[in-house]
Design a protein around this ligand. Structure first.
Ligand SMILES: [Mg+2]
Length: 377
């Protein structure tokens, strides 16, 4: 499409309860929403950056500025039609800002899908999912104050139908907490932990004690830039190591796998700066028989829809951070995604409508918007 106008917004979604990881707490989920317009076409994107630069260097206000001052002007200065695959060259000299870049790519993919009547899931997968496809529901539980509180939360999630539960851990909130989580979950639930880089190699003994709980993986135990220590840790523990924050590109992902820094891959398209690159990484993992799954960023409806479409890729062999909207939010800008539990573990239906397959509720969008700008040619 030829982009003629771009609408930028910051929305603020009230959360059911604050979400805490070792890198900080989110109480209100602000997020940047991108809408591109051109002729009859429109497309929607969401920037995954959190309100504060705690997961990575990007954050809502910074991403908004990067979009407004750097990225969107280039889109609007492009004379002819532009597609998602053109963005890598359009933005080639702008270092960083992967989440902001991915939000524009997502809007272009949505616009293309709407025009071509193809769903995002069809773009992403070499063998597109059928019309009634589902993905397994998975939920992440933040850091809680006591093992008992965690056990109660885990029991609630199991009752809701989640067959995969991920628990945030941090030094001092690990062994007793994971033991409580495993006891509450029972043996059949896929349980994993995410440290968001809070440990060092000196904590290897503590981390090896987690081997007793039959975890599917330990996610990002050490600092994001410390691949060598992850390789060493992976030798010392039997729980598979999964990387999230460390994996900033397809190249880094391949290197981390080659050097044994991880044996499971968390795929987050916004972290890679590209939904198409994320899909290619799932292709790569599938080709090698490496387990992978799609991570989340407390996503609003647009990002959630896109993650669900990506999770339908056959390379996503593990259940991901694919939770119901109601897990985090009391309101959203599109219809909520729900977990259904016909039998066994719960699932979420893959949107199969054109593009993202969701309809933006303009009333809810207006109500939840706290800042907006329209940029034109
Ligand atoms: Mg993570």
């Amino acid at each position: 499409m030829r982009v003629e106008a771009v609408e930028l917004r910051v929305i603020a979604l009230p959360m059911v309860s604050p979400f805490t990881a070792s890198h900080g707490t989110v109480s209100t989920r602000t997020a940047v929403i991108v809408r591109i317009l051109g002729g009859e076409d429109e497309g929607w994107g969401e920037c995954a950056a959190l309100p504060e630069p705690t997961y990575s260097e990007e954050y809502v206000d910074g991403a908004y500025l990067a979009l407004q001052e750097l990225l969107v002007p280039r889109l609007l200065a492009t004379e002819g039609p532009i597609t998602a695959t053109d963005l890598s060259s359009l933005f080639v000299d702008i270092i960083g800002h992967p989440m902001a870049k991915a939000s524009i790519e997502l809007a272009l993919l949505d616009a293309h899908g709407r025009r071509a009547s193809t769903s995002l899931a069809q773009f992403f997968a070499p063998h597109p999912p059928g019309p009634s496809s589902v993905v397994p529901a998975g939920v992440a539980i933040g850091l809680l104050e006591t093992p008992e509180a965690l056990a109660t939360d885990v029991s609630t999630r199991v009752a809701e139908g989640y067959g995969r539960i991920k628990v945030k851990i941090a030094p001092g909130r690990d062994i007793a907490f994971v033991r409580a989580a495993r006891e509450a979950a029972g043996a059949s639930i896929a349980l994993s932990v995410d440290a968001n880089g809070a440990y060092s190699l000196g904590d290897a003994k503590t981390l090896s004690d987690l081997d007793a709980f039959n975890l599917a993986y330990i996610e990002q135990p050490l600092a994001a830039d410390n691949l060598l220590d992850h390789t060493e840790l992976a030798r010392r523990i039997s729980t598979p190591v999964c990387l999230d924050e460390s994996l900033t590109s397809a190249v880094v992902t391949r290197e981390a796998l080659d050097m044994g820094a991880c044996s499971v891959v968390c795929v987050k398209a916004p972290r890679y700066g590209s939904w198409l690159e994320a899909a290619s990484i799932l292709d790569h993992c599938a080709g090698l028989g490496i387990d992978a799954w799609v991570g989340g960023m407390l996503d609003c409806g647009i990002g959630r829809a896109a993650n669900i479409a990506l999770a339908a890729h056959p390379g996503a062999t593990f259940a991901g951070d694919i939770a119901a909207t109601s897990r985090f939010f009391t309101e959203d800008i599109c219809a909520p995604f729900n977990v259904s539990v016909p039998s066994g573990n719960g699932t979420i239906t893959v949107p199969v409508g054109p593009g993202l397959g969701v309809t933006i509720d303009s009333g809810a969008l207006s109500k939840l918007t706290i800042r907006t700008d329209i940029m034109r040619r």
